[in-house]
Design a protein around this ligand. Sequence first.
Ligand code: DX5
Ligand code: ZN
Length: 227
Amino acid sequence: MAVQMAPSILSADFARLADEAAAVSPVADWLHVDVMDNHFVPNLTIGLPVVESLLKHTSLPLDCHLMIGEPDRWAAGYAEAGARNVTVHAEAVRSPVRTLRAIRAAGARAGLAISPGTAVEPYEDLLGELDMLLVMTVEPGFGHQQFLDLVLPKVRRARALVSRHGGSVWVQVDGGVGEETIERCAEAGADVFVAGSAVYESGDPAAVVQALRAQAERATARAPWSR
Ligand code: DX5
Ligand code: ZN
């Protein structure tokens, strides 16, 4: 199981996004882009025009995490623009099968995110429509929140469901992931790690990504799920 690192630009300098992407592009697998509309979450970030511009200035694949009220309407547009992964929230999507298929039809990987209070089991039948399951480890909306340990049993259950399903669905964690928490996430079954403040509020974003990756790889190697 390969560990993948997805630094989140939510904690980057939004006026220097191309430079902030370049700072991690030699060491990251993805650039995680948090799209918030002030409806699904009480915060407002960026939308499709900024994603389109960013695509012209980075070679990193974009992992767009849509925290918006109408993902059915907008998700495919991010894939058509060139995002390589588009994740929609289970709590917001009205027609998950149609929307996940539209993302894939537009050439991107399709992700489904679940907030801390949302159970994973109801989505088992959708695993065939998914490339990634995002288990939020904070309430979505803001960077720099405290990691919620209460979500770890759900990460374990998500990994078990994905293993039983037999497909190659990735399990992503997002929120409060850093030096203190990434090993617990990897041990529980995550293989894609979003980190915002831990990376961009440090003096050396690339070094932090590398250090976090090394921690996650060590923890994965000793995790029962990875054997
Ligand atoms: C929060 C976002 C995260 C955010 C994580 O809703 O989805 O991607 O950037 O930030 P940290 O790593 O600071 O918790
Ligand atoms: Zn995110």
